[in-house]
Design a protein around this ligand. Structure first.
Ligand SMILES: [Zn+2]
Ligand SMILES: [Zn+2]
Length: 119
């Protein structure tokens, strides 16, 4: 007995997928003139357009709305904020905890108390 009914898929994976032809999303009606990306809100498109700006503004901008000066270096912005607006320094991330030398001294004392039994 032989079985010649081996299934052969002649038609491969012939699906009519055409890359690059994506359907228009009606919600993203704000189209970027440069790269064609669509955005649901004009605000999103506006902020996106900054990425195409060849004369992109300096990355560190003063957060004060009446000022809006921008600086290429964060150090310059900080100096400007403290000097012009009397803002405090940006040290939230570097909050000082217990100094590491104190922790080391404490753990050393504890291990000595544990190992040095009363023999
Ligand atoms: Zn774009
Ligand atoms: Zn400022």
């Amino acid at each position: 007995m032989s079985s010649p009914n081996a299934i052969t898929n002649i038609h491969g994976g012939g699906r009519g997928y055409i890359p690059g032809k994506t359907p228009d999303d009606p919600r993203k009606r704000h189209k970027c003139q440069v790269c064609g990306r669509g955005f649901a809100r004009a605000f999103n498109l506006k902020s996106h357009m900054h990425t195409h700006d060849p004369a992109r503004p300096k990355p560190h901008q003063c957060p004060h709305p009446m000022c809006k000066r921008s600086f290429s270096r964060l150090h310059d912005l900080e100096r400007h904020r403290q000097g012009i607006h009397s803002d405090g320094p940006l040290v939230d991330a570097k909050r000082q905890g217990v100094s590491p030398s104190i922790i080391r001294a404490q753990s050393r004392m504890r291990s000595r108390a544990e190992s040095g039994g009363l023999i």
